[in-house]
Design a protein around this ligand. Structure first.
Ligand code: CA2
Length: 152
C-alpha cells in the first residue's frame, strides 16, 4: 500500500507563528510523524508540500496509477480551489482531508471546503494528530476496499 500526503501553502512555515492555531511543532515534525506512522503501519509514503496551486494539481494528477490513496491538507486553497477539487475528482483516488486547526470554528470564509467534496473523510482541530488519524482511516478504507474488490 502506497499513499501520498500533500500539504498546501504556508504549511512549510509551521511552528514559526500562530501556535494557538497550529501548535508549536514545525513542518519537519509533521513529516516525521507521517513517515513514522506509515513505517509502523507498513505503508509506503511520499510527503509533498507546495505553495503553488498548479503544482498541487500536477501532483494529484501524477498520483494516478502510482499510489493507492491521498491524505491532503490544501491549506488556504481548501477554501478557494475548484482546480484541486477537480483534480481529486479526476483521479478518483480515495482521499482524506486534514486540517490542523478546527476550521469549523474560525472565520466564515474557512467554512467552505472545495477539496472536502472529493474526500471520503475530514479530520480537523486535532493538530498534527489529524494526519495520523487520516492515515489510519485511509489504510482501513483501502483494506476494506481490497477485500470487497476480491469478493465474488
Ligand atoms: O488548519 C489547517 O490545517 C489549515 O489548512 C491551515 C491553513 C489555513 O489557511 C486553513 O484555513 C486551515 C494555513 C496553513 C499554515 O499557515 C501558517 C500561518 C502562520 C504561520 C505558519 C503557518
Amino acid at each position: 500500500m502506497n499513499i501520498l500526503v500533500i500539504n498546501g501553502p504556508n504549511l512549510n512555515l509551521l511552528g514559526i507563528r500562530e501556535p494557538d492555531l497550529y501548535g508549536k511543532q514545525d513542518y519537519k515534525a509533521l513529516v516525521k510523524l507521517v513517515e513514522d506512522t506509515c513505517a509502523q503501519e507498513g505503508i509506503g509514503v511520499e510527503v509533498f508540500q507546495s505553495n503553488h496551486e498548479g503544482v498541487l494539481v500536477d501532483k494529484i494528477q501524477a498520483a494516478l496509477g502510482t499510489v493507492d490513496g491521498i491524505v491532503i491538507n490544501p491549506a488556504a486553497y481548501t477554501h478557494t480551489s475548484v482546480a484541486i477539487l477537480d483534480a481529486l475528482k479526476a483521479v478518483a483516488l480515495p482521499a482524506v482531508e486534514v486540517h490542523i486547526s478546527d476550521v469549523s470554528q474560525r472565520e466564515e470564509f474557512r467554512q467552505v471546503s472545495y477539496a472536502g467534496r472529493a474526500c471520503i473523510k475530514t479530520y480537523m482541530g486535532l493538530g498534527l494528530e489529524g494526519y495520523r488519524q487520516a492515515i489510519l482511516y485511509l489504510k482501513e478504507f483501502l483494506k476494506q476496499n481490497e477485500k470487497s474488490g476480491t469478493e465474488a
